[in-house]
Design a protein around this ligand. Structure first.
Ligand code: ARG
Length: 258
């Protein structure tokens, strides 16, 4: 995770961001600290990457890269405003001895668009990460990558509409995908939890699951109920300030997959 010491909304690269609307950084910090403390309370280890002045979106650590087993890749951003985050995360990865580290050559926004469900890597395209990046990831991580097309600009990253719950189960919001990708997902995950419009509109799917506990926005009411009914333990967190930049729980979290 990356502390939101320099968090702000000073430019607009997704429909959630309004540079005219005030941001309460102290509140953002408090919400972020609560998320971090909650992870630790549930037994997860959190490393903190220092923020960089002038990079207001760096708090969204999920976009910094991909770490799976003995391979890692740092991100290459779509927008110039975030470009310097790629090297910043790369340096942190290198300093912390992550094995098999390379820079992405293609446009690749890390775990924003690349999500593991068990051994299967799902990848989003259409707004940020490119199809060429999907191929590059498949090669570097030596695993098949399933490409999915996003079609709604509000849901510009895969992690805004698809939440891996355990090795075989996801929750997702079908209307955010092309008809073809919807068909692929329906076939692959017949018992997925299908999120409501209201859940998607508060970025409720932008959560993190450890297989039992699911950390997600406290505004995702129907999704939390559906999770509980299926035996998961939803843990709601208030992420209202970070939502002003178009991010929630998952965006703030880069997972280290063993
Ligand atoms: N303002 C950031 C952007 O538009 C938000 C990134 C959210 N991160 C995520 N993993 N979906 O790039």
């Amino acid at each position: 995770m990356c502390r939101p010491d320099y968090f702000d909304v000073t430019y607009c690269i997704n429909p959630w961001m309004d540079p005219e609307a005030p941001v309460d950084r102290a509140l953002a910090l408090l919400q972020w600290e609560t998320l971090r403390a909650t992870y630790e309370e549930y037994g997860h280890k959190v490393d903190v990457v220092p923020g960089v002045p002038g990079l207001p979106d760096m708090v969204f650590a999920a976009n910094g890269g991909l770490v799976v087993g003995d391979r890692a890749m740092s991100a290459r951003f779509t927008h110039v405003q975030r470009a310097a985050e790629g090297p910043a995360y790369h340096n942190w990865f290198a300093q912390h001895g992550l094995a098999g580290l390379v820079d992405a050559k293609e446009v690749n926004e890390g775990e924003g668009d690349f999500l593991l469900v068990g051994d299967r890597m799902l990848a989003g395209m259409g707004f940020r990460s490119s199809l060429a990046a999907h191929r590059e990831v498949a090669q570097h991580f030596s695993r098949p990558v399933l490409s999915l097309e996003l079609v709604d600009p509000r849901f510009y990253h895969l992690d805004t509409v698809l939440l891996p719950l355990d090795d075989n189960t996801i929750a997702y919001f079908p209307p955010a995908f092309s008809a073809e990708s919807q068909a692929v997902l329906a076939e692959l995950f017949p018992d997925a939890i299908v999120a409501t419009d209201a859940d998607a509109e508060v970025l409720g799917l932008n959560g993190v699951s450890d297989g039992l506990n699911v950390f997600l926005s406290d505004k995702a009411v129907a999704l939390s109920e559906a999770l509980r009914a299926r035996g998961y333990n939803p843990i709601g967190i208030d992420m209202s300030e970070l939502l002003k930049a178009g991010g929630s729980v998952k965006c703030c979290t880069l997972e280290i997959h063993e």
